[in-house]
Design a protein around this ligand. Sequence first.
Ligand SMILES: [Fe+2]
Length: 354
Amino acid sequence: MKVTSIDGMGSYGVYIDGVDFEYLTDEQWREIGHIHMKSLVTIIRDCNLTCENQLGWIRKFGEPRHGLYYRLMRKYGITSLGLIVRLGLSASSPMDEEDKSVIREHIRYHQPSSEGSGVTRVSGIKDDNGRSIGLFNDGELLWHSNEAATLTFAPGVALLGGKCMVGSSTGFLQTADYYESVSESFRSELDEMVLTHRHTEGKINPALNDNMERLNMCPVDDVEIPMVIMSPGGIKGLHYPLNTVYGVRGMNKAESDSLFAEIDKHLYVDHYIYDHWYKNDGDLLLFDNSITLHRRLGNVTGRLAYRIQHDYSELQDDFWQPYFQKEFADKYKEAITDFVETLGIQSFKLPQVG
Ligand SMILES: [Fe+2]
């Protein structure tokens, strides 16, 4: 196993070559997990992981999870994930039609595995009825984070190439170096800053103005989330997803926009950005979703990738608190506890009570 740093991603990002999943031990995988948490973006090149085994390995980092299912379970007062899916698929159930169609769409994107559920196809390939078998079925994707406008967003993403990956790229922007580069006084201002989020059509991809994108990224408008948070690996940076960021608490729109323009000028620079143009189908990309943004460029015709969004609980010694501001730290403790208990995620390290 050879670890080399990715050129052009500042202090973060590594490639790992020579990983053989057939002979990989749990100990070696944990070591990779810890390297990943410190590097934000970890690209295991040309490996022999299959979509069948992806879930089992990622679960050793932490469980997959989707805010979408949590919100539906709360809305209908149902404590079984299986039951909410069955209600969504049943024509006669009392669930709202809009929610049924979201569940059906999500299930259509689901890649079955003997290890359970949690793998979502990302693809524009069509099934026999002419419907795409995956999420984000067309075009380039602009800078974004997944579940961007949710306090309890899933912090990690594992994207495995399937086929026709060459000709496209997955790109990353890490915000940690920028955060460290600003003056101490501006850093303190950023530390106190609270962002408001809204869904705006076309912010990820003008061709993808669907309900699923809104529900995944920004189910509720005007949610507030601090600008500066801590990644699962203990790195401070900006939670600044361009797909949903709308304004700054206490500022009018013009003031917010001019502040964003000033930040963008120094943040969206080559030094912090790396676009990984695939040279193989079998790359496994592990990336942080807390203080790192991602995008997609290039041609996606025939492309198929497998995505898991997940926690890092199995690699953490205790509860991960992303928020520094007391108001949000308290809110997060309450929200994530309810989230984890509702979904029944056993391995999650919840905060100590008291
Ligand atoms: Fe994404």
